[in-house]
Write a protein that binds this ligand. Structure first.
Ligand SMILES: [Ca+2]
Ligand SMILES: [Ca+2]
Ligand SMILES: [Ca+2]
Ligand SMILES: [Ca+2]
Length: 459
C-alpha cells in the first residue's frame, strides 16, 4: 500500500503498488480486505497483465473503514494471484497502512513510554526493499516510527523490534551499533547531497544506559557533533519483548529552518541501524533511501503537518436535570449543556431563582426545566412547588417586611405583632389596621398582599 497523505476519516482510496519480480511476464488479480474484514472494491478493476520484472503496478481500491484505531494502526490483507495457475504470487495478511502525516502534539512526555502517541500516524519499516540486505527478517530488525510537531520542534517516537540490543560506540560512531538516524529536509527542496537546511541526527542507548545524541550533518549556524544530554531524548529497552523504544525532540533552536505549522511540508526520513553479535553494523532498515545508504533528500517522502483532533464520540446522552427547591429554585444540569431554561408558572426565570417571601402565593406552583446539549440531545423535567402559609408564619413575615422597609417604624411592627401574637387568630382588627396604614406606614403593595393572605386564613 502506498503511504496516505490523508487521515483515516478522509481516506477515499487505498492505492496498492506492486513491482514485478518475476522474469516471466505475469497476469493476475489483486484483492484487498480492509481492517474490518470487508473486501475493498477496486476503483477501476483489479486485474493486471504483462507485468514484467521491474514494472510497477498501481491499483486503487475504495476505502470504506473510517474507524479510528489506536496508533492509527490499520491492517489490510493483500493478495496477488496468478491468472494462469491460480497460485498466490504474493500475500501479506497484515499489511499496515502508512501515513505521510505529522500530528500536532499535545501532552507528549519524553520518557520512553509511547502511550502518549496513540493519536500519531505511523510509518512502518518492515519491507525487504527497505532493508540494506534486501532481505527482511522481522525478528532481526523491524520498526514503526511516528512524528508529531510542536511550534518549536519535531517530536519522534520509534518502537524497534531487535533480537539483540548492542550499543557500545561513542556518539560520533553510534551509527555502527543499534541506533536511530533521522534526516530532515525542512525546506522540502529535495537536494542531494544534503543542502544548507538539511540535518541528520543520530540517537543511541548504550549497553550501560547512557543516552547518545549526535548531529552527523548540518550547516552553520546549526550546531554539529556530540550534543548528548542537551536535547530531549529518552530510550528504553524491553528484553522481554525484544523491543527498544525511542522518544525524542529535535528543537527548532537547533535546526534553523524547522518551523512547523499546519499544512506545511517537510522532507523526513528515518533509519534504524542494527548490530547484534559482531562489532560493526550488521544491517539497517530505512523508510526510504537517502539517509543510511546515501545522502539524498530527493528520495524522501514529503510529510504534512496536521492538527487532526480525533472527533469526540457522539454524545447520545441527554443532559440530566434536577430542580432543587424550596428556598431557592435551582436548575442543576450536567456540564456540556448548551442551553437550559427554567420556567416558574410558565414564566422564564433565571437559575437559581430566589423564592422570596410573598413572591409566591400559597398553593401549588409549576416548575419546568428544559436543557439541550451541543449534540442536540434534549431533556426536560418538572416539579411542583407547594407554598404554604399559616397564622404561625405571620410574626416572621411581619419582621421580614419591617427589614425590607415595607413597615415604616418599629412601633408599627410592635403594634401589628401584638395583634398576631394572641392565642386565637383575631383577623378582623388586624385587617382594619392594615387598611388604615396602607400607603402610609405600610407599603401599599405589602398591605395588599397581606390582606390577600389573611383572607385565605379566614374560616
Ligand atoms: Ca512518552
Ligand atoms: Ca538484530
Ligand atoms: Ca533541503
Ligand atoms: Ca541489534
Amino acid at each position: 500500500m502506498l503511504p496516505s497523505k490523508k487521515p483515516i476519516d478522509e481516506l477515499e482510496t487505498g492505492p496498492v503498488k506492486r513491482t514485478g519480480t518475476s522474469s516471466a511476464a505475469k497476469s493476475g488479480a489483486v484483492t484487498v480486505v480492509g481492517p474490518d474484514g470487508v473486501p475493498l472494491a477496486p476503483v477501476a478493476g483489479n486485474t493486471f497483465s504483462g507485468l514484467n520484472k521491474g514494472d510497477v503496478l498501481s491499483l486503487d481500491f475504495v476505502w470504506t473503514d473510517h474507524e479510528r484505531r489506536p496508533y492509527n494502526e490499520y491492517l489490510v490483507d493483500v493478495k496477488v494471484e496468478d491468472a494462469a495457475s491460480g497460485k498466490t504470487l504474493f500475500r501479506d495478511g497484515a499489511m499496515p497502512l502508512d501515513f505521510n502525516l505529522i500530528q500536532k502534539a499535545t501532552g507528549v512526555t519524553i520518557d520512553g513510554d509511547l502511550n502518549d502517541w496513540q493519536d500519531a500516524y505511523p510509518i512502518h519499516l518492515r519491507y525487504k526493499t527497505q532493508n540494506a540486505s534486501g532481505y527482511h527478517d522481522p525478528d532481526n530488525i523491524e520498526a514503526t516510527a511516528y512524528a508529531k510537531w510542536e511550534d518549536d520542534g519535531l517530536l519522534l517516537a520509534l518502537t524497534v523490534g531487535d533480537n539483540i540490543h548492542k550499543q557500545s560506540e561513542n556518539a560520533a560512531n553510534l551509527w555502527k551499533n543499534d541506533s536511530v538516524q533521522i534526516s530532515l529536509d525542512p525546506l522540502n527542496n529535495r537536494e542531494a547531497p544534503y543542502g544548507p537546511d538539511d540535518v541528520e541526527w543520530g540517537f543511541g542507548l548504550t549497553d550501560t544506559g547512557t543516552l547518545l545524541t549526535n548531529i552527523f550533518s548540518s550547516s552553520l549556524p546549526n550546531p554539529n557533533g556530540d550534543i548528548s544530554g542537551k536535547t530531549p531524548f529518552a530510550a528504553v529497552r524491553d528484553e522481554k519483548t525484544k523491543r527498544t523504544f525511542y522518544e525524542l525532540k529535535i528543537p527548532s533552536a537547533y535546526v534553523g529552518h524547522l518551523q512547523p505549522s499546519i499544512g506545511g511540508h517537510i522532507g523526513l526520513n528515518v533509519a534504524v541501524n542494527d548490530a547484534d553479535l559482531q562489532n560493526g553494523r550488521d544491517d539497517f532498515i530505512q523508510w526510504t533511501k537517502g539517509t543510511a545508504d546515501s545522502k539524498n533528500t530527493s528520495l524522501y517522502d514529503s510529510f504534512i503537518f496536521i492538527d487532526d483532533v480525533p472527533p469526540a464520540a457522539p454524545d447520545e446522552t441527554a443532559p440530566s436535570l434536577r430542580i432543587v427547591a424550596p428556598e431557592s429554585v435551582t436548575l442543576l444540569a450536567e456540564s456540556g449543556v448548551d442551553s437550559a431554561l427554567l420556567r416558574l408558572d410558565g414564566t422564564e426565570v433565571a437559575s437559581p431563582h430566589e423564592v422570596s417571601p410573598l413572591s409566591l402565593m400559597p398553593g401549588e406552583h409549576r416548575l419546568e426545566a428544559e436543557a439541550a446539549d451541543r449534540a442536540g440531545n434534549r431533556s426536560s423535567t418538572s416539579a411542583t412547588l407547594t407554598v404554604t402559609f399559616g397564622w404561625e408564619d405571620l410574626p416572621a413575615l411581619l419582621k421580614y417586611a419591617y427589614e425590607q422597609g415595607w413597615i415604616d417604624g418599629h412601633d408599627i411592627l410592635q403594634s401589628l405583632l401584638a395583634k398576631v401574637n394572641g392565642e386565637e387568630p383575631n383577623i378582623r382588627p388586624l385587617l382594619q389596621e392594615i387598611q388604615a396604614l396602607s400607603g402610609k406606614k405600610l407599603s401599599e403593595e405589602f398591605a395588599s398582599k397581606l390582606q390577600e393572605l389573611l383572607s385565605l386564613l379566614q374560616p
